[in-house]
Design a protein around this ligand. Structure first.
Ligand code: PGA
Length: 248
């Protein structure tokens, strides 16, 4: 089962049309052996619409299909704006928007129904890690979706993002990340073995041009979800260049 490297940019509530142009030009004329996914604010998706080489994604979607949900975006609306992927369950949304595992499961269903590939974000907080609860927390986050709906796994990407590593400059070590990625894949085996081998598991949390290469060499790390460094065109291009090839 082949897993092509994937580097995803999570711009969060940042960026501009000018930054989109800079990112596009930094990725033009470089030889890439990975897929690149840009998740800008939804209002900037159109800035990338002429870029066939880049995949586009939303950062969130509604748990509802359509209707009276002021300010929300459905999977169909994101898709019509050019998105093919959507981040779901980012820790910032779990924390600040009180997204529950149940809501996240409904969002995954909406994403797949709209033809989008969900990027399910999982990860433990610092205190959960200190209490040695990392595996327990992640197993629960995965089970909330895939125990009930194992068929969604073949359409998913997983992002392991330890909350303590996001935006802190303190990335997980390659060994720490690999151990958790292997655990995630092993957990998913129980739900859908073929899809568990094929699913791409991205690492996220303070990925930068200096630490990415060592992370990408790990057996179960299939790419990265990049926040802060994805707003720096030259550095983001460097991360994309470092993500090479296909794993089995
Ligand atoms: P970071 O963010 O790279 O700035 O740590 C990653 C993320 O939140 O997706």
């Amino acid at each position: 089962m082949q897993r092509k490297a994937l580097v995803a940019a999570n711009w969060k509530m940042n960026g501009s049309a000018e930054l989109a142009e800079q990112i596009i030009s930094s990725l033009t004329d470089v030889t890439l052996d990975c897929e690149v996914l840009i998740c800008p604010p939804a209002t900037l998706l159109h800035c990338f619409s002429a870029q066939d080489a880049l995949l586009l994604g939303g950062q969130n979607l509604s748990e509802h299909e359509s209707g009276a949900y002021t300010g929300e975006l459905s999977g169909a609306l994101l898709s019509a704006a050019g998105a093919r992927y959507v981040l779901i369950g980012h820790s910032e949304r779990r924390q600040y928007q009180a997204e529950s595992d149940e809501m996240i499961c409904r969002k995954l269903q909406q994403a797949v129904a709209a033809g989008l590939t969900p990027v399910l974000c999982v990860g433990e907080t610092l205190s959960e890690r200190q209490q040695q609860k990392t595996e327990q927390v992640i197993a629960k986050q995965l089970a909330a979706v895939y125990a009930a709906l194992p068929e969604l796994l073949q359409n998913s990407v997983i992002a392991y993002e330890p909350v303590w590593a996001i935006g802190t400059g303190e990335s997980a070590t390659p060994e720490q990340a690999q151990a958790t990625h292997a655990f995630i894949r092993q957990q998913l085996m129980a739900y859908q073995p073929t899809a568990a081998n094929a699913v791409r598991i991205l690492y996220g949390g303070s990925v930068n041009a200096d630490n990415c290469a060592a992370l990408f060499t790990q057996t179960d790390i299939d790419g990265a979800l990049v926040g802060g460094a994805s707003l720096k065109p030259a550095e983001f291009a460097q991360i994309c260049i470092s993500a090479k090839g296909t794993k089995e």
